[in-house]
Design a protein around this ligand. Structure first.
Ligand code: XMP
Length: 523
Protein backbone atom coordinates (compact mmCIF):
# COMPACT_ATOMS: atom_id res chain seq x y z
CA UNK A 1 0.00 0.00 0.00
CA UNK A 2 1.44 3.27 -1.15
CA UNK A 3 0.79 5.26 1.99
CA UNK A 4 3.34 7.60 3.50
CA UNK A 5 2.52 6.81 7.10
CA UNK A 6 3.07 3.18 8.01
CA UNK A 7 3.52 1.34 11.28
CA UNK A 8 5.52 -1.86 11.31
CA UNK A 9 4.51 -4.56 13.80
CA UNK A 10 7.20 -7.14 14.53
CA UNK A 11 5.68 -10.45 15.58
CA UNK A 12 7.22 -12.44 18.42
CA UNK A 13 4.39 -14.97 18.45
CA UNK A 14 1.76 -13.34 20.65
CA UNK A 15 -1.85 -14.38 20.14
CA UNK A 16 -2.67 -10.66 20.02
CA UNK A 17 -0.28 -9.57 17.24
CA UNK A 18 -3.01 -9.30 14.62
CA UNK A 19 -5.06 -7.21 17.01
CA UNK A 20 -2.26 -4.65 17.29
CA UNK A 21 -2.24 -4.18 13.51
CA UNK A 22 -6.02 -3.90 13.45
CA UNK A 23 -6.12 -1.27 16.18
CA UNK A 24 -3.56 0.83 14.31
CA UNK A 25 -5.62 0.50 11.14
CA UNK A 26 -8.73 1.46 13.05
CA UNK A 27 -6.85 4.67 13.85
CA UNK A 28 -6.68 5.03 10.02
CA UNK A 29 -2.94 4.45 9.88
CA UNK A 30 -1.69 1.63 7.70
CA UNK A 31 0.18 -1.18 9.45
CA UNK A 32 1.73 -4.48 8.51
CA UNK A 33 3.01 -7.44 10.50
CA UNK A 34 6.37 -9.09 9.83
CA UNK A 35 8.24 -11.79 11.73
CA UNK A 36 10.62 -10.68 14.50
CA UNK A 37 13.68 -11.45 12.36
CA UNK A 38 12.68 -9.11 9.51
CA UNK A 39 16.06 -7.66 8.53
CA UNK A 40 17.15 -4.08 9.24
CA UNK A 41 17.58 -3.61 5.50
CA UNK A 42 13.98 -4.65 4.90
CA UNK A 43 12.75 -2.46 7.76
CA UNK A 44 14.49 0.51 6.14
CA UNK A 45 12.91 -0.33 2.79
CA UNK A 46 9.50 -0.60 4.43
CA UNK A 47 10.17 2.87 5.84
CA UNK A 48 7.83 2.85 8.86
CA UNK A 49 7.06 5.93 10.92
CA UNK A 50 6.93 3.74 14.00
CA UNK A 51 7.65 0.16 15.07
CA UNK A 52 5.70 -1.95 17.55
CA UNK A 53 7.24 -5.06 19.11
CA UNK A 54 4.52 -7.57 19.95
CA UNK A 55 4.17 -9.83 22.95
CA UNK A 56 5.29 -13.46 23.00
CA UNK A 57 4.73 -16.67 24.93
CA UNK A 58 8.54 -16.76 25.39
CA UNK A 59 10.72 -15.31 28.15
CA UNK A 60 13.79 -13.26 27.17
CA UNK A 61 15.90 -15.82 29.04
CA UNK A 62 14.63 -18.81 27.03
CA UNK A 63 17.38 -20.38 24.94
CA UNK A 64 15.24 -20.07 21.84
CA UNK A 65 13.74 -16.69 22.67
CA UNK A 66 12.95 -14.64 19.54
CA UNK A 67 15.36 -11.70 19.57
CA UNK A 68 15.38 -8.52 17.53
CA UNK A 69 18.46 -6.83 16.04
CA UNK A 70 19.66 -4.11 18.47
CA UNK A 71 19.93 -1.75 15.52
CA UNK A 72 16.14 -1.47 15.53
CA UNK A 73 16.47 0.92 18.49
CA UNK A 74 18.90 3.18 16.61
CA UNK A 75 16.94 3.81 13.45
CA UNK A 76 15.60 7.14 14.66
CA UNK A 77 12.09 5.67 14.40
CA UNK A 78 9.95 5.48 17.58
CA UNK A 79 9.61 1.95 18.97
CA UNK A 80 6.88 0.69 21.30
CA UNK A 81 7.43 -2.64 23.04
CA UNK A 82 4.32 -4.39 24.31
CA UNK A 83 4.73 -6.96 27.13
CA UNK A 84 7.48 -9.29 25.85
CA UNK A 85 8.41 -6.48 23.43
CA UNK A 86 9.07 -4.22 26.42
CA UNK A 87 11.04 -6.89 28.25
CA UNK A 88 13.13 -7.53 25.17
CA UNK A 89 13.81 -3.81 24.78
CA UNK A 90 14.90 -3.71 28.41
CA UNK A 91 17.08 -6.80 28.09
CA UNK A 92 18.81 -5.67 24.88
CA UNK A 93 19.41 -2.11 26.11
CA UNK A 94 21.06 -3.24 29.35
CA UNK A 95 18.19 -3.20 31.87
CA UNK A 96 17.17 -6.11 34.08
CA UNK A 97 14.23 -8.45 33.53
CA UNK A 98 13.23 -10.94 36.23
CA UNK A 99 10.52 -13.45 36.96
CA UNK A 100 7.58 -11.76 38.69
CA UNK A 101 6.95 -12.92 42.23
CA UNK A 102 3.42 -13.38 41.08
CA UNK A 103 2.46 -14.05 37.49
CA UNK A 104 -0.02 -11.42 36.45
CA UNK A 105 -2.89 -12.55 34.21
CA UNK A 106 -6.05 -10.68 33.42
CA UNK A 107 -7.45 -7.48 34.85
CA UNK A 108 -5.13 -5.17 36.75
CA UNK A 109 -5.32 -1.66 38.11
CA UNK A 110 -2.77 0.60 36.50
CA UNK A 111 -1.55 3.68 38.34
CA UNK A 112 -0.61 6.33 35.84
CA UNK A 113 2.17 8.39 37.40
CA UNK A 114 2.64 10.85 34.55
CA UNK A 115 -0.12 11.90 32.15
CA UNK A 116 2.35 12.43 29.34
CA UNK A 117 3.39 10.90 25.98
CA UNK A 118 1.66 7.48 25.83
CA UNK A 119 -0.81 8.67 28.46
CA UNK A 120 -1.39 12.09 26.92
CA UNK A 121 -4.97 13.17 27.61
CA UNK A 122 -5.43 10.43 30.21
CA UNK A 123 -6.69 13.01 32.70
CA UNK A 124 -10.01 12.69 30.88
CA UNK A 125 -10.36 8.97 31.44
CA UNK A 126 -8.61 8.28 34.73
CA UNK A 127 -10.49 7.18 37.85
CA UNK A 128 -10.21 10.78 39.10
CA UNK A 129 -10.74 12.86 35.97
CA UNK A 130 -8.76 16.07 35.82
CA UNK A 131 -5.94 14.76 38.04
CA UNK A 132 -2.35 14.09 36.93
CA UNK A 133 -2.40 10.76 38.69
CA UNK A 134 -5.08 8.13 38.83
CA UNK A 135 -5.89 4.58 37.95
CA UNK A 136 -7.35 2.78 34.99
CA UNK A 137 -8.02 -0.86 34.17
CA UNK A 138 -5.63 -2.77 31.90
CA UNK A 139 -5.15 -6.35 30.75
CA UNK A 140 -1.98 -8.10 31.85
CA UNK A 141 -0.55 -11.41 30.73
CA UNK A 142 3.03 -11.88 31.81
CA UNK A 143 5.38 -13.94 33.93
CA UNK A 144 8.48 -11.68 33.71
CA UNK A 145 8.71 -8.05 34.77
CA UNK A 146 11.11 -5.11 34.53
CA UNK A 147 13.42 -5.03 37.54
CA UNK A 148 15.68 -2.26 36.32
CA UNK A 149 15.04 0.01 33.36
CA UNK A 150 17.81 0.62 30.82
CA UNK A 151 19.66 3.93 31.14
CA UNK A 152 17.67 6.95 29.99
CA UNK A 153 14.20 5.49 30.72
CA UNK A 154 11.61 6.79 33.20
CA UNK A 155 8.74 4.81 34.64
CA UNK A 156 5.41 6.44 33.84
CA UNK A 157 2.99 3.88 35.34
CA UNK A 158 2.97 1.00 37.83
CA UNK A 159 0.74 -1.71 39.25
CA UNK A 160 0.96 -3.39 42.65
CA UNK A 161 2.90 -6.19 41.07
CA UNK A 162 4.93 -4.31 38.41
CA UNK A 163 6.89 -1.26 39.57
CA UNK A 164 7.48 -0.44 35.91
CA UNK A 165 4.25 -1.10 34.01
CA UNK A 166 5.04 1.58 31.41
CA UNK A 167 8.32 3.30 30.60
CA UNK A 168 9.61 5.93 28.22
CA UNK A 169 12.86 7.30 26.88
CA UNK A 170 11.51 10.33 25.05
CA UNK A 171 14.92 11.41 23.75
CA UNK A 172 15.41 8.15 21.90
CA UNK A 173 11.70 7.68 21.12
CA UNK A 174 11.54 4.30 22.92
CA UNK A 175 8.49 3.22 24.90
CA UNK A 176 7.31 0.11 26.71
CA UNK A 177 4.02 -1.20 28.08
CA UNK A 178 3.81 -4.20 30.34
CA UNK A 179 0.09 -4.63 29.59
CA UNK A 180 -1.84 -5.13 26.34
CA UNK A 181 -3.41 -1.90 25.03
CA UNK A 182 -4.74 -3.73 21.95
CA UNK A 183 -7.31 -5.95 23.71
CA UNK A 184 -10.83 -4.79 24.51
CA UNK A 185 -10.26 -5.54 28.20
CA UNK A 186 -7.97 -2.51 28.32
CA UNK A 187 -10.81 -0.02 27.85
CA UNK A 188 -8.61 3.01 27.07
CA UNK A 189 -5.94 1.07 25.19
CA UNK A 190 -7.09 2.65 21.96
CA UNK A 191 -6.11 6.10 23.23
CA UNK A 192 -2.69 4.85 24.28
CA UNK A 193 -2.01 3.36 20.83
CA UNK A 194 -3.35 6.50 19.16
CA UNK A 195 -0.96 8.59 21.24
CA UNK A 196 1.87 6.42 19.97
CA UNK A 197 0.94 6.58 16.30
CA UNK A 198 -0.27 10.22 16.14
CA UNK A 199 1.64 12.11 18.81
CA UNK A 200 4.86 10.15 19.02
CA UNK A 201 5.28 8.82 15.45
CA UNK A 202 3.56 11.80 13.81
CA UNK A 203 1.27 9.69 11.60
CA UNK A 204 -1.86 11.21 10.05
CA UNK A 205 -5.16 9.31 9.93
CA UNK A 206 -5.27 9.07 6.14
CA UNK A 207 -5.73 5.33 5.61
CA UNK A 208 -9.41 5.18 4.63
CA UNK A 209 -11.23 2.75 2.36
CA UNK A 210 -11.73 5.48 -0.21
CA UNK A 211 -7.98 6.09 -0.26
CA UNK A 212 -7.46 2.33 -0.56
CA UNK A 213 -9.83 2.10 -3.54
CA UNK A 214 -8.16 5.04 -5.31
CA UNK A 215 -4.72 3.62 -4.75
CA UNK A 216 -5.71 0.06 -5.77
CA UNK A 217 -7.45 1.20 -8.95
CA UNK A 218 -4.37 3.16 -10.04
CA UNK A 219 -2.07 0.30 -9.09
CA UNK A 220 -4.10 -2.35 -10.93
CA UNK A 221 -4.29 -0.15 -14.03
CA UNK A 222 -0.55 0.35 -14.00
CA UNK A 223 0.34 -3.30 -13.41
CA UNK A 224 -2.16 -4.74 -15.88
CA UNK A 225 -1.68 -2.20 -18.68
CA UNK A 226 -3.43 -3.50 -21.77
CA UNK A 227 -3.28 -7.15 -20.68
CA UNK A 228 -6.18 -9.37 -19.61
CA UNK A 229 -7.25 -10.61 -16.19
CA UNK A 230 -9.28 -13.68 -15.28
CA UNK A 231 -11.04 -14.10 -11.95
CA UNK A 232 -12.88 -17.10 -10.50
CA UNK A 233 -16.11 -15.90 -8.92
CA UNK A 234 -17.76 -17.95 -6.21
CA UNK A 235 -20.42 -15.49 -5.08
CA UNK A 236 -18.68 -15.22 -1.69
CA UNK A 237 -17.56 -11.88 -0.29
CA UNK A 238 -13.85 -12.06 -1.10
CA UNK A 239 -14.02 -13.02 -4.75
CA UNK A 240 -16.93 -10.62 -5.31
CA UNK A 241 -15.01 -7.69 -3.85
CA UNK A 242 -11.93 -8.55 -5.92
CA UNK A 243 -14.02 -8.70 -9.08
CA UNK A 244 -15.70 -5.36 -8.30
CA UNK A 245 -12.37 -3.68 -7.59
CA UNK A 246 -10.58 -5.01 -10.66
CA UNK A 247 -13.64 -4.20 -12.75
CA UNK A 248 -13.51 -0.60 -11.53
CA UNK A 249 -9.89 -0.42 -12.59
CA UNK A 250 -9.88 -2.12 -15.99
CA UNK A 251 -13.54 -2.84 -16.94
CA UNK A 252 -13.84 -5.19 -19.88
CA UNK A 253 -10.24 -6.37 -19.69
CA UNK A 254 -11.50 -8.51 -16.79
CA UNK A 255 -13.25 -11.80 -17.47
CA UNK A 256 -14.89 -13.55 -14.55
CA UNK A 257 -15.54 -17.26 -14.63
CA UNK A 258 -18.37 -18.54 -12.51
CA UNK A 259 -18.39 -22.32 -12.27
CA UNK A 260 -21.61 -23.95 -11.21
CA UNK A 261 -20.39 -27.22 -9.71
CA UNK A 262 -23.94 -28.41 -9.12
CA UNK A 263 -23.31 -28.25 -5.38
CA UNK A 264 -24.67 -24.75 -4.80
CA UNK A 265 -27.62 -23.72 -2.67
CA UNK A 266 -31.13 -23.26 -4.05
CA UNK A 267 -31.26 -20.46 -6.67
CA UNK A 268 -27.67 -19.53 -5.89
CA UNK A 269 -26.33 -19.67 -9.45
CA UNK A 270 -29.10 -17.39 -10.70
CA UNK A 271 -28.66 -14.91 -7.83
CA UNK A 272 -24.90 -14.67 -8.36
CA UNK A 273 -25.29 -14.26 -12.11
CA UNK A 274 -27.99 -11.62 -11.77
CA UNK A 275 -25.96 -9.67 -9.25
CA UNK A 276 -22.84 -9.54 -11.34
CA UNK A 277 -24.17 -9.51 -14.85
CA UNK A 278 -27.21 -7.31 -14.51
CA UNK A 279 -26.43 -5.09 -11.52
CA UNK A 280 -22.69 -4.77 -11.90
CA UNK A 281 -22.32 -5.24 -15.63
CA UNK A 282 -19.36 -7.57 -15.21
CA UNK A 283 -17.96 -9.59 -18.06
CA UNK A 284 -18.97 -13.07 -16.87
CA UNK A 285 -18.50 -16.47 -18.35
CA UNK A 286 -20.94 -18.92 -16.79
CA UNK A 287 -19.94 -22.57 -16.86
CA UNK A 288 -22.51 -25.15 -15.85
CA UNK A 289 -20.35 -28.12 -14.88
CA UNK A 290 -23.03 -29.84 -12.79
CA UNK A 291 -22.95 -33.06 -14.81
CA UNK A 292 -19.15 -33.25 -14.70
CA UNK A 293 -19.02 -32.93 -10.93
CA UNK A 294 -21.89 -35.32 -10.23
CA UNK A 295 -20.36 -37.94 -12.48
CA UNK A 296 -17.09 -37.70 -10.57
CA UNK A 297 -18.86 -37.89 -7.21
CA UNK A 298 -20.73 -41.07 -8.09
CA UNK A 299 -20.23 -43.75 -5.39
CA UNK A 300 -17.86 -41.52 -3.39
CA UNK A 301 -18.65 -41.44 0.33
CA UNK A 302 -15.30 -40.68 2.00
CA UNK A 303 -15.18 -36.97 3.06
CA UNK A 304 -11.54 -36.37 2.16
CA UNK A 305 -11.96 -38.11 -1.21
CA UNK A 306 -14.93 -35.87 -1.95
CA UNK A 307 -13.01 -32.72 -1.04
CA UNK A 308 -9.92 -33.59 -3.08
CA UNK A 309 -11.92 -34.67 -6.06
CA UNK A 310 -14.01 -31.49 -6.08
CA UNK A 311 -10.89 -29.34 -5.72
CA UNK A 312 -9.19 -31.07 -8.66
CA UNK A 313 -12.28 -30.99 -10.83
CA UNK A 314 -12.70 -27.29 -10.16
CA UNK A 315 -9.21 -26.58 -11.42
CA UNK A 316 -9.79 -28.76 -14.50
CA UNK A 317 -13.03 -26.94 -15.35
CA UNK A 318 -11.45 -23.57 -14.74
CA UNK A 319 -8.49 -24.43 -16.96
CA UNK A 320 -10.78 -25.63 -19.74
CA UNK A 321 -12.80 -22.44 -19.69
CA UNK A 322 -9.71 -20.24 -19.36
CA UNK A 323 -8.39 -21.79 -22.57
CA UNK A 324 -11.58 -20.85 -24.35
CA UNK A 325 -11.43 -17.22 -23.27
CA UNK A 326 -8.24 -16.61 -25.25
CA UNK A 327 -4.94 -15.59 -23.70
CA UNK A 328 -5.26 -14.36 -20.13
CA UNK A 329 -2.23 -12.81 -18.45
CA UNK A 330 -3.28 -12.34 -14.84
CA UNK A 331 -5.30 -14.28 -12.31
CA UNK A 332 -7.07 -12.11 -9.70
CA UNK A 333 -7.49 -13.82 -6.33
CA UNK A 334 -9.19 -12.93 -3.06
CA UNK A 335 -6.27 -13.76 -0.78
CA UNK A 336 -6.70 -11.94 2.55
CA UNK A 337 -4.11 -10.66 4.99
CA UNK A 338 -4.56 -13.42 7.58
CA UNK A 339 -3.75 -15.98 4.83
CA UNK A 340 -0.59 -14.07 4.03
CA UNK A 341 0.71 -13.76 7.57
CA UNK A 342 -0.27 -17.31 8.43
CA UNK A 343 2.42 -18.48 6.05
CA UNK A 344 5.16 -16.32 7.52
CA UNK A 345 4.13 -16.25 11.15
CA UNK A 346 6.44 -17.08 14.03
CA UNK A 347 4.42 -20.18 14.81
CA UNK A 348 4.37 -23.22 12.57
CA UNK A 349 1.36 -24.28 10.56
CA UNK A 350 -1.23 -26.34 12.39
CA UNK A 351 -2.16 -29.88 11.41
CA UNK A 352 -4.44 -30.40 8.43
CA UNK A 353 -7.84 -31.37 9.72
CA UNK A 354 -9.63 -31.08 6.39
CA UNK A 355 -8.33 -30.34 2.89
CA UNK A 356 -9.84 -26.97 2.21
CA UNK A 357 -10.71 -26.07 -1.29
CA UNK A 358 -11.66 -22.59 -2.34
CA UNK A 359 -11.25 -20.38 -5.33
CA UNK A 360 -8.14 -18.94 -3.70
CA UNK A 361 -6.44 -22.31 -4.09
CA UNK A 362 -6.13 -22.04 -7.85
CA UNK A 363 -4.16 -23.32 -10.08
CA UNK A 364 -0.91 -25.11 -9.79
CA UNK A 365 0.47 -25.40 -13.26
CA UNK A 366 -1.18 -22.53 -15.08
CA UNK A 367 1.01 -19.70 -16.19
CA UNK A 368 -0.73 -16.63 -14.83
CA UNK A 369 0.77 -13.67 -13.08
CA UNK A 370 -1.14 -13.07 -9.84
CA UNK A 371 -2.95 -9.99 -8.63
CA UNK A 372 -4.19 -10.14 -5.08
CA UNK A 373 -5.57 -6.71 -4.25
CA UNK A 374 -6.97 -7.76 -0.86
CA UNK A 375 -3.79 -9.22 0.53
CA UNK A 376 -3.39 -6.30 2.92
CA UNK A 377 -6.91 -6.48 4.34
CA UNK A 378 -8.69 -8.26 7.16
CA UNK A 379 -12.13 -9.77 6.56
CA UNK A 380 -14.08 -6.93 8.15
CA UNK A 381 -12.05 -4.43 6.12
CA UNK A 382 -13.04 -6.35 2.97
CA UNK A 383 -16.67 -5.82 3.91
CA UNK A 384 -16.12 -2.07 4.30
CA UNK A 385 -14.36 -2.08 0.94
CA UNK A 386 -17.29 -3.95 -0.63
CA UNK A 387 -19.62 -1.26 0.69
CA UNK A 388 -17.35 1.47 -0.69
CA UNK A 389 -17.53 -0.28 -4.08
CA UNK A 390 -21.31 -0.31 -3.96
CA UNK A 391 -21.93 -4.04 -3.40
CA UNK A 392 -25.27 -4.90 -1.80
CA UNK A 393 -25.52 -5.58 1.92
CA UNK A 394 -26.89 -9.00 1.09
CA UNK A 395 -23.70 -9.92 -0.72
CA UNK A 396 -21.35 -8.28 1.75
CA UNK A 397 -22.89 -10.00 4.74
CA UNK A 398 -23.24 -13.45 3.22
CA UNK A 399 -22.45 -16.21 5.65
CA UNK A 400 -19.38 -18.24 4.60
CA UNK A 401 -20.10 -21.14 2.27
CA UNK A 402 -17.47 -23.83 1.70
CA UNK A 403 -15.87 -24.37 -1.72
CA UNK A 404 -17.02 -28.03 -1.91
CA UNK A 405 -20.56 -26.75 -1.28
CA UNK A 406 -23.43 -29.03 -0.37
CA UNK A 407 -21.32 -32.13 -1.10
CA UNK A 408 -19.81 -31.95 2.38
CA UNK A 409 -23.25 -31.46 3.90
CA UNK A 410 -24.61 -34.61 2.28
CA UNK A 411 -23.15 -37.44 4.30
CA UNK A 412 -22.67 -40.46 2.09
CA UNK A 413 -23.12 -40.40 -1.65
CA UNK A 414 -24.03 -37.15 -3.41
CA UNK A 415 -26.85 -37.73 -5.86
CA UNK A 416 -29.22 -35.43 -7.67
CA UNK A 417 -32.12 -36.52 -5.50
CA UNK A 418 -30.22 -36.03 -2.24
CA UNK A 419 -29.06 -32.60 -3.44
CA UNK A 420 -32.66 -31.69 -4.12
CA UNK A 421 -33.74 -32.70 -0.60
CA UNK A 422 -30.92 -30.78 1.04
CA UNK A 423 -31.47 -27.66 -1.09
CA UNK A 424 -35.11 -27.45 -0.12
CA UNK A 425 -34.42 -27.99 3.59
CA UNK A 426 -31.51 -25.54 3.55
CA UNK A 427 -33.61 -22.85 1.86
CA UNK A 428 -36.19 -23.14 4.63
CA UNK A 429 -33.48 -22.81 7.30
CA UNK A 430 -32.10 -19.65 5.72
CA UNK A 431 -35.50 -18.14 5.13
CA UNK A 432 -36.52 -18.64 8.77
CA UNK A 433 -33.18 -17.46 10.18
CA UNK A 434 -33.49 -14.31 8.09
CA UNK A 435 -37.11 -13.80 9.13
CA UNK A 436 -36.05 -14.05 12.78
CA UNK A 437 -33.46 -11.30 12.14
CA UNK A 438 -30.58 -13.58 13.12
CA UNK A 439 -28.76 -13.97 9.79
CA UNK A 440 -25.98 -11.46 10.47
CA UNK A 441 -25.40 -12.43 14.09
CA UNK A 442 -24.86 -16.05 13.21
CA UNK A 443 -21.58 -17.10 11.58
CA UNK A 444 -23.22 -19.94 9.65
CA UNK A 445 -26.62 -21.60 9.64
CA UNK A 446 -27.46 -24.54 7.41
CA UNK A 447 -28.98 -28.00 7.00
CA UNK A 448 -27.13 -31.30 6.74
CA UNK A 449 -28.55 -34.46 5.18
CA UNK A 450 -27.65 -37.56 7.18
CA UNK A 451 -26.91 -40.99 5.70
CA UNK A 452 -29.58 -42.76 7.73
CA UNK A 453 -33.30 -43.25 7.52
CA UNK A 454 -35.68 -43.41 10.46
CA UNK A 455 -39.27 -44.52 10.98
CA UNK A 456 -42.03 -41.96 11.26
CA UNK A 457 -45.78 -41.69 10.94
CA UNK A 458 -47.52 -39.23 8.65
CA UNK A 459 -51.31 -39.29 8.54
CA UNK A 460 -51.91 -42.93 9.38
CA UNK A 461 -49.04 -44.11 7.24
CA UNK A 462 -45.72 -45.48 8.39
CA UNK A 463 -42.81 -43.63 6.77
CA UNK A 464 -39.17 -44.57 6.48
CA UNK A 465 -37.35 -41.42 5.43
CA UNK A 466 -34.30 -39.18 5.75
CA UNK A 467 -33.06 -37.13 8.71
CA UNK A 468 -32.03 -33.49 8.45
CA UNK A 469 -29.66 -32.03 11.03
CA UNK A 470 -29.74 -28.28 11.64
CA UNK A 471 -26.50 -26.47 12.41
CA UNK A 472 -26.12 -22.86 13.56
CA UNK A 473 -22.88 -21.54 15.03
CA UNK A 474 -21.33 -18.31 16.22
CA UNK A 475 -17.67 -17.74 15.53
CA UNK A 476 -15.16 -14.95 14.96
CA UNK A 477 -12.98 -16.61 12.37
CA UNK A 478 -14.22 -20.18 11.87
CA UNK A 479 -11.33 -21.53 13.95
CA UNK A 480 -13.47 -22.06 17.03
CA UNK A 481 -17.24 -21.99 17.19
CA UNK A 482 -20.14 -22.45 19.52
CA UNK A 483 -23.63 -23.69 18.70
CA UNK A 484 -26.34 -21.07 18.85
CA UNK A 485 -29.07 -21.31 21.44
CA UNK A 486 -31.80 -20.69 18.86
CA UNK A 487 -35.25 -19.84 20.26
CA UNK A 488 -37.45 -22.93 20.61
CA UNK A 489 -40.18 -21.31 18.51
CA UNK A 490 -37.78 -20.91 15.64
CA UNK A 491 -36.63 -24.53 15.92
CA UNK A 492 -40.27 -25.62 15.94
CA UNK A 493 -41.05 -23.63 12.79
CA UNK A 494 -38.02 -24.91 10.93
CA UNK A 495 -38.67 -28.50 11.91
CA UNK A 496 -42.38 -28.35 11.00
CA UNK A 497 -41.75 -26.68 7.69
CA UNK A 498 -38.97 -29.05 6.67
CA UNK A 499 -40.96 -32.19 7.51
CA UNK A 500 -44.14 -30.87 5.87
CA UNK A 501 -42.61 -29.25 2.82
CA UNK A 502 -39.58 -31.35 1.91
CA UNK A 503 -40.51 -34.66 0.40
CA UNK A 504 -38.31 -37.46 1.75
CA UNK A 505 -37.69 -36.06 5.26
CA UNK A 506 -39.52 -37.23 8.37
CA UNK A 507 -37.18 -36.13 11.18
CA UNK A 508 -35.17 -33.04 12.12
CA UNK A 509 -32.46 -32.86 14.81
CA UNK A 510 -30.38 -29.95 16.12
CA UNK A 511 -26.59 -30.15 16.41
CA UNK A 512 -25.44 -28.93 19.83
CA UNK A 513 -21.69 -29.45 19.48
CA UNK A 514 -19.03 -26.77 19.61
CA UNK A 515 -15.73 -26.59 17.72
CA UNK A 516 -13.50 -28.05 19.09
CA UNK A 517 -14.07 -30.94 19.57
CA UNK A 518 -16.46 -31.03 16.57
CA UNK A 519 -15.99 -29.00 13.41
CA UNK A 520 -18.47 -26.63 11.80
CA UNK A 521 -19.11 -28.70 8.68
CA UNK A 522 -19.98 -32.35 9.22
CA UNK A 523 -17.39 -33.60 6.71
P1 XMP B 1 -14.70 -26.57 9.71
O1 XMP B 1 -15.73 -27.51 9.19
O2 XMP B 1 -13.30 -27.00 9.39
O3 XMP B 1 -14.92 -25.21 8.90
O4 XMP B 1 -14.89 -26.25 11.16
C1 XMP B 1 -14.36 -23.96 9.24
C2 XMP B 1 -14.88 -22.93 8.26
O5 XMP B 1 -14.35 -23.20 6.96
C3 XMP B 1 -15.39 -23.43 6.03
N1 XMP B 1 -14.92 -24.50 5.16
C4 XMP B 1 -14.44 -24.28 3.92
N2 XMP B 1 -14.34 -23.16 3.20
N3 XMP B 1 -13.41 -24.39 1.42
C5 XMP B 1 -13.84 -23.23 1.93
O6 XMP B 1 -13.78 -22.21 1.23
C6 XMP B 1 -13.49 -25.56 2.10
O7 XMP B 1 -13.08 -26.60 1.61
C7 XMP B 1 -14.04 -25.50 3.40
N4 XMP B 1 -14.27 -26.44 4.36
C8 XMP B 1 -14.82 -25.81 5.43
C9 XMP B 1 -16.59 -23.82 6.86
O8 XMP B 1 -17.80 -23.58 6.18
C10 XMP B 1 -16.38 -22.96 8.08
O9 XMP B 1 -16.78 -21.62 7.83
Amino acid sequence: MQSTDKILVLDFGSQYTQLIARRVREAKVYSEIYPFNFSIKKIKEFNPKGIILSGSPASVYDKKAPIVDKEVFNLGVPVLGICYGMQLMTYILGGKVAKSQKREYGRAELNIDKSINLFHGSRNWLSQPGQQHGTTIVWMSHGDRIEEMPAGFTSIAHTDNSPVAAMANIYKGLYGLQFHPEVVHTPYGRYILENFVYKICGCSPTWTMKAFVDYSVEHIKKVVGKEKVICALSGGVDSSVVAALVNKAIGKQLICVFVNNGLLRKNEAKTVLDTFKIHMNLNIKYVDATKRFLKRLKNITDPEKKRKLIGREFIAVFEDSAKKTGKMDFLAQGTLYPDVIESKSFKGPSATIKSHHNVGGLPTKMTFKLIEPLRELFKDEVRVLGKELGLSDELIWRQPFPGPGLAIRILGEVTENRLKILREADAIVLEEIRKAGLYRDIWQSFAVLLPIKTVGVMGDERTYENVIALRAVTSLDGMTADWVKLPYDLLVTMSNRIINEVKGVNRVVYDISSKPPSTIEWE
